[in-house]
Design a protein around this ligand. Structure first.
Ligand SMILES: O=c1[nH]cc([C@@H]2O[C@H](COP(=O)(O)OP(=O)(O)OP(=O)(O)O)[C@@H](O)[C@H]2O)c(=O)[nH]1
Length: 632
């Protein structure tokens, strides 16, 4: 898919849309971008007269909206997003800026002004790249605007009022929605239609291309071009070009400098690019007949070739608890860490350097210390520790993946090759070995902690009085639900050997809402009563026969109006995104990952209706559905 090289750059990033506008959400969702929505609290009250041109007002407002969200997320949740996108749409006519009408009279005033005339719609967009250094938020702002000209027909008073009474104008800039009834008022549109609707998608993609695929610097200096060479259509950006462009990024060419200049020399900030011919960049070499070899370096492939080394370095440093040692005592020299951990000095130094190269540690003349991310995610007691899951990945998933070739040839899980045992025997180990059990529970706990907030807030669950998390393990999600919905009574239902070991994972302090733990087997035993059932990371693991048993049972105990919340990674319809889910499938469990339409079909088959899917843009997505009312 040709757009992938551009939007694909955002796949691994935590992207936040700082906008409550459903249109913006839809435009970006439709092109497969995965993001979280955090509406901005920035009040649109900048002094309009202080801006030389109307678009400057829209750009500044977009920027302030995005910055407010970036700051709030950084301070409140300690989870700095990678990219925050803000936008602001305004209409200008007769040198006046029109925003959203405050009431019907205001809508009438606006529409009367636009009646029979041409006006401009400007959307300002800000793309903020965020990072955290010493707990301080650092931002790099890229902004731009797009203008579209729209002409209204001559419209009668009656028609205007009829339109106003439809209610459509109220949350729309200029008091009309071109995508719906308002389309009937419009004689022509010159420019990007989606810009009028609220988001200039084409310009946004070009901006991303400019940021992530700038032409190599040396070429810009030597060639006849004095601005970014362009291709005018998305189609011109082929996969091959994406590889070559990746090369430029690895060379550091994509970095924005603090003056807001792209390394290509093109101005990245506050220009709508009408004077500079921009577009998706192609390597200059191709256009000028200069050697293509350097630009064709397959950096993506090189990255994948080395990916396993990077994973293993992080796994081993975690397993040896190096991040824990550094948290308590850093900065430390390699020799000190080697002494603490009982490893060789030369091996430890190499491993620590590798972790520094990967951005997990900082290296100074005083020694090595953890980065903020290492403290938060890699230490075993970190705030959002992933330690348990990393150890599980090292001890359990890694051996399975080393046998991937056999797994693919045979189409089955490779427990016998990886561990010298069949799946059933491994399961017995789980029953008998306290260590294996706790390792597995720690893995599930760390992922559940990280995803609980997204799952709990994907939908407004405040209407429910009781919830039962089936297979809820340590209760991480249950506790989060209790925090967010204090009136919700939450029960965790899981196997007796799991429930027996949950005490270690309970949050400290008295302030958390009580969670009830009940032991049982959800395939065999009666399920506790609840008006919301939850299956988080369960369905992808089981074969269809088991899912049939489970969903039939849930459907049978659900009263009409009760609901089921499923938390899984939801694949796109092509089933190639997000890569995490697709790669997880290679573990060859008997279950499978599903797309949104497959979840819908599955849940409807068991009597659930009104299936709503929320792509959170994070590790887990959510699907909410309701038990159908019995037919009269
Ligand atoms: O033809 C259409 N024109 C405009 C719109 C919608 O109008 C609003 C513009 O308002 P704003 O940019 O301030 O954005 P908000 O909705 O307030 O959301 P933020 O949270 O981002 O401030 C925008 O929703 C457009 O989509 C339209 O729908 N059709």
């Amino acid at each position: 898919m040709v757009l992938n090289p551009v939007l694909g750059k955002l796949v691994s990033k935590r992207v936040v849309l700082a906008s409550a506008s459903p249109r913006r959400q839809e435009i970006l969702t439709n092109v497969g971008l995965r993001f979280e929505v955090v509406p901005s609290w920035f009040k649109e009250t900048l002094e309009k007269s202080s801006f030389a041109a109307p678009y400057e007002y829209a750009v500044e407002t977009a920027k302030q909206k995005a910055l407010e969200v970036a700051n709030r997320m950084h301070v409140k949740h300690l989870r700095t997003p990678d990219v925050v996108i803000g936008a602001d749409t305004i209409v200008t006519v007769d040198e006046q800026i029109l925003e959203k009408p405050v009431d019907k009279q205001d809508a009438y005033r606006m529409l009367s002004r636009l009646n029979g005339k041409e006006h401009s719609v400007f959307t300002g967009v800000a793309i903020i790249h965020c990072s955290s250094k010493d707990n301080q938020l650092e931002t790099e702002v890229t902004d731009f605007y797009e203008e579209t000209k729209v002409k209204f027909s001559d419209l009668s008073e009656e028609l205007l009022w009829e339109y106003i009474h439809s209610g459509e104008p109220m949350d729309k800039a200029g008091g009309y929605g071109i995508q719906a009834l308002g389309g009937m008022l419009v004689e022509y549109v010159h420019g990007d239609f989606l810009n009028v609707v609220g988001f200039p998608l084409n310009h946004f993609c070009k901006k991303l291309a400019e940021l992530y695929y700038p032409p190599p610097k040396h070429n810009v200096q030597h060639k006849k071009y004095d601005s970014i060479p362009s291709v005018d259509t998305f189609e011109n950006l082929s996969d091959g070009e994406s590889e070559s462009s990746d090369f430029t990024e690895h060379k550091g060419a994509s970095k924005l400098d603090s003056s807001g200049m792209c390394s290509s020399g093109a101005i990245c900030n506050s220009e709508n690019n009408s004077s500079i011919k921009t577009g998706f960049t192609v390597p200059l070499e191709n256009q000028n007949g200069v050697s293509e070899s350097a630009a064709k370096l397959p950096s993506k492939i090189l990255e994948l070739m080395d990916g396993f080394r990077a994973s293993k370095a992080m796994f081993v440093a975690s397993k040896l608890k190096m991040f824990d040692h550094l948290k308590d005592k850093g900065p430390l020299k390699a020799v000190d860490i080697a002494n603490e951990v009982g490893t060789s000095v030369c091996g430890t130094e190499r491993l620590l350097d590798a972790c520094a190269a990967l951005g997990l540690l900082e290296k100074t003349p005083q020694g090595y210390s953890n980065t903020d991310s290492a403290n938060t995610y890699l230490t075993s007691d970190g705030e959002c520790s992933l330690h348990g899951y990393i150890i599980h990945s090292n001890d359990h998933i890694w051996p399975l993946f080393t046998n991937l070739e056999s797994a693919v040839k045979e189409g089955s899980r490779q427990n016998h090759r990886a561990f010298g045992k069949k799946a059933e025997d491994l399961f017995k180990d789980y029953y008998h070995s306290q260590e294996v059990k706790q390792r597995f529970m720690a893995a599930m706990h760390s992922i559940a902690q990280l995803t609980a907030r997204d799952v709990a807030t994907a939908f407004d669950l405040s209407r429910f009085k009781s919830a039962c998390d089936l297979g809820g393990c340590t209760g991480a999600l249950a506790h989060e639900l209790g925090q967010i919905y204090p009136n919700l009574k939450v029960t965790v239902f899981d196997l007796p050997e799991v429930i027996a070991n949950t005490s270690y994972f309970q949050p400290p302090g008295q302030n958390t809402a009580p969670v009830t733990f009940i032991s049982g087997d959800f395939f065999k035993d009666d399920l506790p009563e609840a008006d919301l059932y939850i299956l988080s990371r369960i369905l992808h693991d089981w074969p269809d026969e088991k899912i049939h048993v489970l969903l039939s049972k849930i459907s049978a105990v659900c009263k009409p109006g009760s609901a089921l919340l499923v938390a899984e990674i939801v694949l796109d319809e092509q089933k190639t995104h997000p890569p995490r889910a697709v790669l997880q499938s290679l573990s060859m469990t008997e279950g499978k990952q599903r797309s949104g339409s497959e979840y819908k079909q599955l849940l409807e088959k068991y009597g659930f209706t009104n299936v709503q899917i929320k792509i959170t843009g994070n590790l887990l997505d959510a699907v909410l559905c309701f038990k159908k009312n019995l037919s009269p």
